[in-house]
Design a protein. Structure first.
Length: 312
């Protein structure tokens, strides 16, 4: 059971009334302009208005989220410092052998914020209109581009290889524009990345979406089937961004933040702004979010172990 209490072990009955007493810092373990950064900034302004204090975004990218998480754990357990965790966090739990913290014990969930799938993108000039056509033509010669090794996109490609039962070649690139450039030059046959990163290329007809990785179709791409609907069973990848804070924070503060985040994410304006980016705005209870975290840690652990990816 999740618990959150003050350092002396007693819950402060007035903490929710006194909270927040100052601006709230949100640590984002990625650079500006990324999906996590954009979604938190969209949430931050209306959430700050409801709470009566400003939400201050602090980008601390790099080192697999270690720098960001260490900063979070050095803060007070009073709800005035939050951190964005993602499904990438669950990968890091297995990929990095010696993390300087126990994330499942030292951080506690507040709520999910954003849910999204990935897109499998082909070159429209290659002549393949569906994922089935591409697989039939390329099979074991398929070349897949993703960003960095160990990223959600990269491990999704590994999972795709396994579920499709093909011996494809996965080629990691530094950035999404690099993968798209390789696709347009016919150096690769498929790119796997989030819709928000690929939206420009799709809108400009530079790339052809062939499938999405979620359980259902992406509202931003209503005509594009899921990977499972193309005949590849047991393949679902759903990304998420969630807000966590330091263990020991009073449960009434956690509940207040959860309620107000839920209120903001339920508004038509936020739902529409997220949807335009191919993202679902949806809150969860703290318990539901922790269940998702633990399930994804195990899911990606199995992918890492089965594919023989070197841990760090």
């Amino acid at each position: 059971m999740l618990s959150a209490c003050s350092e002396n072990g007693e819950s402060n009955a007035n903490s929710d009334a006194e909270f927040p007493a100052k601006s709230i810092k949100v640590i984002i373990p990625f650079g500006p302009g990324g999906l996590a950064d954009v979604t938190m900034r969209l949430l931050g302004e209306p959430l700050g208005e409801i709470l009566g204090e400003r939400m201050v975004m602090e980008n601390r990218p790099g080192a697999g989220g270690v720098a960001a998480t260490t900063t979070m754990l050095n803060a007070d357990a009073d709800g005035h410092t939050l951190i964005v965790l993602t499904n990438g966090t669950t990968i890091a739990e297995t990929l990095f052998n010696k993390l300087p913290y126990q994330i499942t014990e030292e951080l506690i969930p507040i709520s999910a914020v954003a849910w999204f799938d990935l897109v499998l993108l082909g070159n429209p000039d290659a002549g393949y209109q569906t994922l089935q056509e591409l697989l039939a033509a390329k099979g074991n010669d398929l070349r897949i581009a993703t960003i960095n090794p160990g990223s959600t996109q990269n491990l999704t490609a590994e999972l795709f290889k396994s579920r499709a039962n093909i011996d494809a070649t996965i080629i990691p690139y530094r950035t999404t524009p690099d993968t798209l450039g390789a696709l347009l030059r016919n150096e690769v046959d498929l790119v796997i990345d989030a819709y928000t990163a690929l939206k420009g290329a799709i809108d400009n007809n530079q790339a052809q979406p062939l499938a999405v990785t979620g359980e259902t179709r992406n509202p931003a791409l209503p005509d594009i089937p899921t990977v499972q609907k193309t005949g590849i069973d047991n393949f679902v990848v759903t990304g998420w961004n969630a807000l966590y804070t330091k263990a020991g924070t009073d449960p009434q503060i956690i509940n207040k933040l959860n309620q107000e985040i839920s209120t903001v994410l339920a508004t038509d304006d936020i739902k529409l702004r997220f949807s335009d980016l191919g993202i679902e705005a949806r809150a969860t209870s703290p318990e539901e979010m922790q269940q998702q975290l633990l399930a994804d840690i195990e899911k990606w652990r199995q992918v890492i172990l089965s594919t023989g990816i070197d841990t760090l």
